[in-house]
Design a protein around this ligand. Structure first.
Ligand SMILES: [Zn+2]
Length: 361
């Protein structure tokens, strides 16, 4: 069994590893689709729950997301469970998690997000990879709570797979053109539980498994756990580090076999004036084995107004090709929308360069 080299998308294969930025509500904030394409970003992650809430399933059935945003690259949807689950777990007035699904109360409406509904919505979005609804733990969950969430996660994964196969059959989707289906491993800090969850998910059968990276050690990813899980997963599976993120974490996780990533960091940081810059004089000279292979540039600092240098010498994005630190500083200081747009374009190109360098790493 060989590890996957490509991620199959409707318009062609995308080489691994991949990083998809979050286009939660079918938009990468401040960018249009041509801007995203200019950054050589290979795919996007959209949020099932938000799109369902904003647009409704009938709208999605008619439009799909690709047509709606005119996007021809890769597309993954999350299950919607993380958003809904974190809301109801932090405030019981907003709803609760039951064996049936996640009940969410919103403006006098009651939405029940079941594993089946999550798959139904995702199948109407027209994505390349759908993710099953899981029941995640909070970081300080007791062993008993983790056991309940693992049992539920396995049960929901079974129900999701049945619904997925049923819809594929109805839509006439076969081996070549049906989307990938991803299971999610739960179990908190307990390795036995994690192992049990992983084995049961493999028994059900998926194209890949995801790990949330939610178990942190002093604010950092728990690499020991990430390695342990990577060894349990069959070689021909995708390994998805859900919501992971930081450039160093991506580099380290690629080394141990993870090949799909998504995160809000590059786009959210850009809007707050945190730009990622390689410590190199050209794209060719970027060295990911260096301890500090990048640094942050803050365009908001007053002193940049007098600086006519490019933001990064190791970048070929629109922002670095045409504009200076001085101009970015001015745009941020006057609070123009263009500041967020140009900074986001740059940060996304930083990430696409990172993934290009990591291919064959
Ligand atoms: Zn740039």
């Amino acid at each position: 069994m060989n590890s996957p080299k490509f991620f199959r998308s409707i318009n062609g294969d995308i080489p691994l590893p991949i990083f998809f930025p979050d286009a939660t509500r079918a938009v990468v904030r401040s960018l249009d689709t041509s801007d995203i394409e200019s950054t050589r970003t290979t795919g996007l992650l959209v949020n099932t729950f938000h799109l369902y809430k904003e647009l409704g399933i009938d709208f999605l059935k008619k439009q799909g997301i690709r047509n709606f945003i005119d996007w021809s690259g890769g597309l993954i949807s999350d299950s919607g469970g993380f958003q809904v689950g974190s809301l109801v777990k932090s405030n019981s007035k907003l709803g609760k998690v039951t064996d049936e699904g996640v009940i969410f109360k919103l403006d006098n409406n009651r939405i029940l997000l079941t594993p089946e509904l999550s798959i139904q919505i995702q199948m109407e979005l027209g994505v390349d990879m759908a993710v099953v609804l899981d029941d995640f733990d909070h970081p300080n969950a007791t062993k008993k709570e983790s056991e309940i969430s693992v049992k539920r996660t396995i049960d929901w994964a079974k129900r999701s797979k049945i619904e997925f196969e049923k819809i594929c059959k109805d839509k006439g989707l076969g081996v070549i053109n049906k989307p990938y289906l991803l299971g999610v491993i739960q179990g908190g800090r307990d390795r036995k539980l994690r192992k049990h969850c992983t084995e049961k998910l493999i028994e059900i059968g998926f194209d890949g498994l995801g790990y949330g990276g939610e178990e942190k050690v002093k604010g950092n990813i728990n690499y020991d756990l990430a390695k342990y899980l990577a060894k349990l997963v069959p070689k021909n599976y995708f390994l998805y580090a859900l919501g992971v993120g930081k450039p160093h974490d991506i580099v380290n996780l690629v080394k141990i076999g993870y090949n799909i990533f998504d995160c809000v960091l590059p786009t959210r940081d850009a809007r707050h004036g945190r730009m990622y810059v390689y410590d190199a004089n050209s794209i060719d000279e970027i060295d990911l084995t260096k301890k500090d292979f990048y640094y942050f540039f803050n365009p908001k600092k007053q002193q940049n107004l007098k600086n006519n240098e490019k933001i990064s010498k190791a970048c070929d994005c629109l922002t670095c090709t045409r504009y200076t630190k001085s101009y970015l500083c001015h745009l941020f200081r006057i609070g123009d929308f263009t500041a967020g747009r140009l900074a986001t374009i740059h940060n996304l190109r930083f990430y696409s360069i990172l993934m290009e360098k990591l291919r064959g790493f």
